[in-house]
Design a protein around this ligand. Structure first.
Ligand SMILES: [Zn+2]
Length: 428
């Protein structure tokens, strides 16, 4: 097997060190390591992190290959420094059987850019009425541990309770898209002053918070694990903080766009900013950043939601909700959390690699950068600053809210178990 010496990398942002990869494994970490027989990558003070793990990706295959495929989505992931992504179940057909999740899992392994861990649907067809084959999906080759109807909320309390009871038996987790459907009928953006001014249907914070409040109580009652997708309001943070203080097994994610953008951008009527849950207020953004820093929110997840241009390049009301995020996530986290002093690189490694791997039970990911560990790594030029150019995306879709915006950081190399998937900014 081949050897690679990464020379002079700031491991988790620390002092420069050399990291020797032998085959699929990290062989040594130290200073002045011998380069004999090894291909040398000069890191030159770039930051080396464990490969990033995204607990919330929409790969769109099967069914919407016009917006993304497992191949294009995993190439986008590798470009963004990810070595594992969890693929959401809202495909066509829905990933609610062992057959569909195995197909997605196999495609990921075949292409080899990034491990793909399918998420299973909670209910048949995401219809919210009947539990899907959770056990069969868990027992399949894909070994599903995370279940979600994401895109839709599991709003029936009895179904939610049953799902939590079912996954408890094998240590699985239910990831809830918290959106009370009746409170958000016709909603187009955050409910508040701006929605009133623009005359757009409002999406109240309480629609998210009421479901989270109910579900943490259900998780406590059942004694099972609950994960909250894309937390977007200050009130949600308070409920999660309270639940954690009671010892309830709840974890939570925040998306990069909710750490950076506010509802003010909706005044442009640019559908690139239309997303579910919606962009909120300055106060919410502040609360989310603080919660990610203090660990109330456990992880950053992209909610990478590719859409073809015909679904986004139209008037606000008709546009699809969602943004691509895999290729800009780390830059947005650097901008909002690292440059602001809220999180150091070790903290980023935890929130974007170790913690999501732990929640999703992705063994072999989110490991320390240390001898004997899998060589799944990402190298980041943190000194770089540049404008986001969607033309350069590996994703099949271009619906980014950051086009033309200057952001810091650029992933130059990604290794998946010792195999380079990204070299000098180019996919292999
Ligand atoms: Zn969602």
């Amino acid at each position: 097997m081949s050897k690679i010496l990464i020379r002079g990398a700031k491991v988790l942002g620390g002092e420069p060190q050399d990291v020797l990869i032998d085959g699929e494994t990290i062989a040594a970490v130290g200073t002045g390591l011998s380069a004999e027989g090894a291909e040398v990558v000069e890191a030159d003070g770039k930051v080396l992190l464990p490969g990033l793990v995204d607990l919330h990706t929409h790969l769109r295959e099967p069914g919407r290959e016009d917006s993304e495929t497992v191949l294009t989505g995993t190439r986008a992931a590798a470009s963004g420094g990810f070595t594992a992504v969890f693929a959401m179940a809202n495909t066509f057909p829905v990933a609610d059987t062992a057959g569909v999740v195995e197909q997605v899992w196999r495609l990921g392994r075949e292409y080899g850019y990034c491990d793909v861990q399918p998420i299973g649907a909670v209910t048949v067809g995401l219809e919210g009425r009947k539990l899907a084959e959770l056990g069969a999906m868990h027992d399949s080759a894909a070994g599903v541990t995370v279940f979600s109807d994401d895109g839709k909320c599991v709003d029936d309390a009895v179904i939610m309770r049953r799902a939590l009871e079912y996954v408890k038996a094998f240590g699985g987790v239910v990831a809830q898209h918290a959106q009370e459907p009746r409170l958000t009928e016709g909603a187009q953006m955050n409910e508040g002053v701006v929605s009133a001014e623009l005359g757009l249907g409002g999406w109240p914070a309480v629609a998210e918070e009421s479901i989270i409040a109910r579900d943490v109580l259900l998780a406590e009652h059942v004694g099972s694990r609950l994960h909250i997708c894309h937390v977007s309001t200050a009130g949600s943070v308070e409920i999660i903080r309270w639940a954690k203080s009671r010892g309830i097994q709840v974890t939570a994610e925040v998306c990069p766009h909710h750490l950076l953008l506010t509802e003010e951008v909706v005044r442009t009527y640019n559908p690139a900013y239309k997303v579910n849950p919606p962009l909120r207020t300055e106060r919410d953004v502040r609360a989310l950043r603080e919660a990610l820093a203090d660990g109330t929110i456990d992880i950053v997840a992209t909610d990478h939601a590719p859409h073809p241009h015909e679904d986004k390049d139209c008037e606000w009301g008709a546009a699809a909700m969602g943004m691509v995020g895999l290729e800009t996530a780390l830059s947005v986290v650097q901008e909002t959390m690292v440059e602001t002093g809220l999180l150091d690189w070790a903290g980023v490694a935890d929130r974007m690699s170790a913690a999501p791997a732990r929640i999703g039970r992705a063994t072999g990911h989110g490991r320390p950068v240390a001898p004997g560990e899998p060589a799944s790594l990402t190298l980041v030029d943190t000194a770089y600053r540049g404008q986001v150019d969607p033309a350069g995306f590996a994703s099949r879709s271009r619906n980014t809210p950051y086009e033309g915006r200057e952001l810091p950081g650029r992933v130059t190399h990604t290794w998946l178990r010792g195999k380079a998937t990204l070299m000098d900014g180019k996919l292999t």
